[in-house]
Design a protein around this ligand. Sequence first.
Ligand code: ADP
Ligand code: ASP
Ligand code: MG
Length: 436
Amino acid sequence: MMKVFKFGGASLRDAANIQNVANILKQLNEESLVVVVSAMGKTTNALEAVVDAHVKQTGEAYNLYNAFKEQHYSIMRELFDPSESVFTEVNDTLVEGEWVLDELPSEHYDFMYDQIVCMGELVSSKIVTAYFNKVGLATSWLDARDVVTTDNTFREGWVIWDKTKANALKNVPPLLKKSRLVVTQGFIGSTSENFTTTLGREGSDYSAAIFSHCLDAESMTVWKDVPGVLNADPRIFDNTTKLDRLSYREAIEMTYYGAQVIHPKTIKPLQNKNIPMFVKSFLDPTAPGTEISSDIDDLYPPIIVVEKNQALLHISTLDYSFVAEHHMARLFGKAADLRIFVNMMQNTAVSFTICVPNVPDRIEKFIEGISDEFKVKVESGLELITVRHYTEETIASLKKNKVVLFEERIRNTLHMVVKNVPLIERKAVEIAGSKN
Ligand code: ADP
Ligand code: ASP
Ligand code: MG
């Protein structure tokens, strides 16, 4: 049986890290392994800047694209001798991005985005494959676009599962017979007309789950710069603890509400086939990490997820009529059309409030689209905090220096939408407190 590993941007951000990944694979010496790789470091952000410059025709697109190329060449110079064929191969791949820049920007922004941004994963997988082979890990390169088939929703391709599965079963096993390792790209797929699509930012975890599902992998491991899944984002909280085991259900709940450690679509394809997932540290590869699988009913500590940049939309009927079912149907229909993701909702007789990610152009379109019947007040700059397995003590500490605008408790989950108390007011509160 085969396994799937996924290495993200952080684990491949420079030559030393790529060497580290090769060492991990040598140490583990797996019999049959598909390795899904992301673009190196922050490459995807850099390529988004190329797309932006191209669309706005600022004249900077080629410079930015050249900087992206140079960054990869500089890593390659550390890993390879100048005579090695990987230089030509990478060059041939990179030229395809230049062809897109040679044309005037397409009117279809999302389409063009995918044709340029895919370059990050394509070059990283070429470099990694060449390096593995150089250090004695026999590796085949696979174009993920020959496997992952999506619809035409550029930038957020929806997987067409039956085609993807058939492609995986046709293309991957022969490669695994040739070499024990197959390297492919995360994040990218292809339409049936062979145009490149991407699966949504941070989508490489999801790609690994697609391969795992289609090939009935024994397990899937994502290698991160943290010891495993923690009970809160370590960039926001001190004192986090690692969760040794997590049920699929718990992982879905966490990632749905924005825990950034795993892409939210990752769990379902694994859960459907009962494939265990491991989150491990590429800095400490023998440590056990976190296991996500079924039938785990451990006692969990409070698990905190903070999703920043949220907005509350207070919607009311123009004529003060009750907010009835047909209104809700229309509001949710409009939100779904515009791919506005509703995180929380609450209604009174004549008003309806939803918490959504603050994407101004989509929100404007939403307001415009319902303005014949509703008026909307937008409150932005908010955070959605979700706490699973909460204790009153955790909640009290999370509310410190925050104004709570909206709070809901459902069984063991608490959601609250909060705003930071401005510093000046906070000082006044503290001084007032200290007089007591
Ligand atoms: P990748 O390199 O695979 O793209 P990411 O950067 O997307 O990895 O995800 C790992 C990061 O997620 C960690 O560095 C950490 O800062 C952040 N993170 C947010 N929430 C959590 C959490 N609950 N547990 C662990 N890491 C978290
Ligand atoms: N490279 C892509 C991104 O940064 C996909 C991924 O890393 O998961 O969004
Ligand atoms: Mg990521």
